[in-house]
Design a protein around this ligand. Structure first.
Ligand SMILES: Nc1nc2c(ncn2[C@@H]2O[C@H](COP(=O)(O)OP(=O)(O)O)[C@@H](O)[C@H]2O)c(=O)[nH]1
Ligand SMILES: [Mg+2]
Length: 320
């Protein structure tokens, strides 16, 4: 046996042994390959892993990815933004993602059903926001869970208000995030991520008491109680996720035509009229002299300059 196999590798190997389906075995083998130390002593093992992966892929009929080869656990961003939904085991991640997106919830518990992250689209008014369900943040979690959290636009930390041990489990999650150098306050060497804390299973009869107990640990930070059973908090959660994405929707119209209210241009907060034009077409931006603006805040076709900062739901008509 070559020395210096990482804990990540050993964990993936353990999961491989316990894996119940070929898909799971494939995911574990791929993780083993990505975590195996790359040196002479492991060359034979690497080759062996590669051939087992190739064989399994063939069996499963999965191709090796498109032109841009990505790690298998990476979730390509779709829609107006990506939210990583994470938390301890059984806190209600899959149930919440299912309730907000219609993605089927995996019923049996990790690690025997979920291998790769599952993503679904949440409709918010006229845009789609991508929610990524993840395996639990736990000591045996695969390292890529943190990759998902790091690369998402925002993170939703689920805290189980139905769990008597929520203090311990919340501290455990906090510790693992710190180890992965993910933080939610600016600090040295830390990836800072916009965060929403969500208290799940708010329908539990003791949910409010537990929320009080939780406050002693985390202070007066906001925790939004939600329940997929009663629907409590779900609309508010959608609104907060949208706000946390800090995007601006702009609708465009051509002179003499009604605005196209179906397909907004999605821009980062603080974008200008020129940014909106640029997003539509380089030529429109290049020839742009001004725009006319309509919105609920009182604009009714007035001229605005190229540097004018647009607001969510503005309607613009570009003039050259
Ligand atoms: N009472 C109640 N139970 C919930 C709620 N959300 C999830 N659960 C239950 O909690 C368990 C774990 O849910 P699941 O979504 O699989 O958790 P995950 O492991 O975090 O993905 C399941 O038995 C769910 O039915 C909720 O809002 N209220
Ligand atoms: Mg789950």
């Amino acid at each position: 046996m070559p020395a210096n196999l990482s804990p990540e590798f050993k964990q993936a190997e353990e999961r491989f042994r316990a894996a119940a389906s070929p898909g799971e075995r494939l995911a574990c083998l791929e993780e083993m390959l990505s975590t195996i130390p790359k040196h002479k002593g492991t060359e034979k093992m690497q080759a062996d892993l590669k051939s087992r992966i190739a064989k399994l892929r063939k069996e499963l009929g999965t191709k090796k990815g498109g032109a841009r080869r990505q790690d298998w656990f990476h979730v390509e961003k779709q829609g107006a933004g990506q939210v990583a939904v994470f938390g301890p085991p059984n806190c209600g991640k899959s149930a919440l993602v299912a309730a907000l997106t219609g993605l089927p919830a995996q019923v049996a518990p990790w690690p025997f059903t979920t291998t790769a992250p599952a993503a679904g689209m949440m409709l918010y008014e006229d845009i789609q926001v991508q929610l990524v369900d993840t395996p639990p943040v736990a000591p045996e979690a695969p390292a890529w869970v943190f990759h998902i959290i790091r690369t998402a636009d925002i993170a939703a930390w689920l805290i189980d208000l139905g769990d008597d041990d929520l203090l311990e489990s919340t501290e455990r999650v906090a510790g693992l995030l710190a180890e992965a150098r993910i933080g939610f306050e600016p600090a040295e060497g830390i990836v800072v991520k916009p965060l929403l804390r969500v208290g799940t299973k708010a329908d539990d009869s003791q949910a409010l008491d537990r929320l009080e107990i939780l406050r002693e640990l985390i202070g007066e930070v906001e925790v939004l109680p939600v329940s997929v059973e009663t629907g409590q908090g779900l609309d508010e959660l959608k609104r907060r996720l949208f706000r946390a994405l800090r995007i601006t929707r702009v609708y465009t119209k051509r002179p003499g035509h009604p605005a196209d209210m179906k397909d907004p241009v999605i821009l980062p907060e603080g974008s200008t009229v020129l940014d909106a034009a640029q997003h539509l077409h380089k030529d429109i931006a290049a020839g742009l002299s001004f725009a006319r603006l309509w919105n609920d805040a009182g604009y009714d076709g007035q001229r605005v300059e190229r540097a004018h900062v647009v607001q969510d739901r503005d309607i613009l008509e570009f003039h050259t």
